[in-house]
Ligand binder design. Structure first.
Ligand SMILES: [Zn+2]
Length: 187
């Protein structure tokens, strides 16, 4: 005997083996039904279908994702998150460093401030053109004291553009800058 159910209404039916593969009507709802063949029925026995793991059945989209790749991605995201949070919220150490620099200055600040003092000595301060990066500013052994060497291009008394080299000692104390030993040398 072949046991099968109607696809339409689910009515269980059982017919002799000789009717395998034949068509008929469901005795319950009248929908056309086909008696499964013996061979066909065998082909769909569970032990012959390719094994599908329960994980794949539950979430088929997961099968193409490499778990190691996932971990690497999470690692990268965490790293960027950490870096961003460090930039956006400076640590106590960074805050302290910023406070210290404000109070005692930094080589870059020393150079920027030195430009103002040099301009005061120039014939036409408005024409002075200082390079952004071409300078040396070194911290001396005294806190808040920097030796600055730089140059600028400025107009002399005759309106000609000349290059002016200078050295000076810049001092910063409690955010106040002073300039000593300013030596200006026109080339
Ligand atoms: Zn039926």
């Amino acid at each position: 005997m072949i046991n099968f159910t109607c696809a339409q209404c689910g009515q269980a039916m059982s017919v002799p083996d000789e009717m395998a593969g034949q068509s008929g009507k469901c005795k319950q709802c009248g929908a056309p039904v086909r008696v499964p063949g013996i061979n066909t029925a065998e082909a769909f026995q569970p032990d012959q279908t390719p094994p599908i793991s329960s994980e794949q059945k539950q979430s088929p989209w997961k099968q193409n994702i490499n778990p190691i790749g996932c971990l690497v991605m999470i690692g990268i995201l965490l790293f960027f998150g950490y870096t961003c949070s460090r930039i956006l919220t400076p640590s106590e150490e960074t805050k302290q460093k910023i406070q210290e620099e404000k109070k005692w200055g930094s080589p870059t600040m020393a150079y920027q401030m030195s430009q103002e003092f040099v301009k005061q000595r120039l014939k036409s301060p408005g024409s002075a053109d200082f390079p952004f990066l071409d300078f040396t500013a070194t911290q001396t052994k005294n806190k808040g004291e920097f030796l600055v060497k730089g140059y600028c291009d400025a107009q002399n008394a005759f309106g000609a553009k000349i290059r002016v080299d200078y050295t000076c000692t810049m001092k910063c104390q409690n955010e106040r800058w002073s300039c000593t030993n300013l030596k200006i040398n026109e080339r």
